[in-house]
Design a protein around this ligand. Structure first.
Ligand code: AMP
Length: 290
């Protein structure tokens, strides 16, 4: 496992790999790797000659008062996790390497896709994501990049950006990895107290019920969302930010009757911790993946 610190070093490594005819898979992360990240790394290792994992807590995607400073970091652990899942390189730049003095260029996906769901309460978040991901694509010269459905809106925004800007890279969506009890894995789960962690299970339980209802033939999205809300509201510590449905991957607002591939997404706060989770469903008793 080789740690690469600067964009120039990574670019030199990638140029060499490509000149040798090797394919490159990129897994962008903010580190503190868990099984969800490892599933992306494994997929990349399967599909490419070389896998690069970026570990970068990107300041431009955090808003004021968010957890930029407290975001968990543990590079030693990340090295082992990335190596055990099959990565060859970790790219771990400092913020000043990615955004040196005088930095002034941002990538902004301006359609409604960034204004709904998490975009409502996190203005600027997807601009930061699109910017850093574009930089990572350019520096790594990757053939493929791997993103989790856990962050379904992020995945949709990246797919839109790659299509809009004719970026020469394949985006590979990967399913959500969950703890045994259903909680979607997230580096931010470490913030939860035992009591919050227990109550947070209502998110995945509610979504699982929704999935079951759809498989049983339910097509009334408003009813499905009402049931999800009722289930989560049963957890006294849960503060619901949104429970919404929209077409996937266009993210066009979409309620009423379930007739096409639909994302049911939610964001819920437990104390200071903001959790997101989702499912993608289709009518005709079929659950689908991104
Ligand atoms: P993060 O480090 O949280 O920015 O996540 C880096 C990548 O890992 C993103 O593409 C996430 O969607 C993905 N990811 C995070 N958690 C999970 C999970 N539980 N299952 C699948 N992918 C995940």
């Amino acid at each position: 496992m080789q740690i690469i610190k600067t964009p120039a070093e990574l670019n030199a490594v990638s140029k060499k790999l490509r000149s040798e005819g090797k394919t490159i898979g990129l897994v962008p992360t903010m580190g503190y790797l868990h099984e969800g990240h490892k599933s992306l790394i494994r997929k990349s290792a399967e599909q490419n000659d070389v896998t690069i994992v970026s570990v970068f807590v990107n300041p431009t995607q955090f808003g004021p008062g968010e957890d930029l400073e407290t975001y968990p970091r543990d590079l030693e652990r990340d090295k082992q996790a990335a190596a055990s899942a099959g990565a060859e390189y970790i790219f771990q730049p400092e913020p000043e390497d990615m955004y040196p003095d005088g930095y002034g260029t941002f990538v902004s996906v301006d359609s409604d896709i960034t204004k709904i769901l998490c975009g409502k309460t996190r203005p600027g978040h997807f601009r930061g994501v699109a910017t850093v991901v574009t930089k990572l694509f350019n520096i790594s010269m990757a053939d493929r990049a791997y993103f989790g459905q856990k962050d379904a809106q992020q995945l949709a925004v990246i797919m839109r950006m790659v299509s809009d800007l004719n970026m020469n890279i394949e985006i590979v969506p990967c399913p959500i990895v969950r703890e045994k009890d259903g909680l979607a894995m997230s580096s931010r789960n470490t913030y939860l107290s035992a009591e919050e962690r227990g109550q947070a299970l209502s998110l995945s339980a509610a979504l699982k019920d929704a999935e079951k209802a759809v498989k049983g033939g339910e097509t009334d999205l408003e009813k499905i969302k009402r049931n999800i809300r009722a289930r989560i509201s049963g957890s006294p510590l849960a503060d619901i930010e949104y429970i919404e449905s929209c077409a996937f991957p266009s993210l066009e607002p979409y309620g009423g009757k379930l007739v096409e591939k639909t994302l049911i997404a939610l964001a819920v706060r437990f104390g200071k911790t903001r959790l997101i989770d989702n499912i993608i469903v289709e009518p005709e008793n079929r659950e689908v993946r991104a």
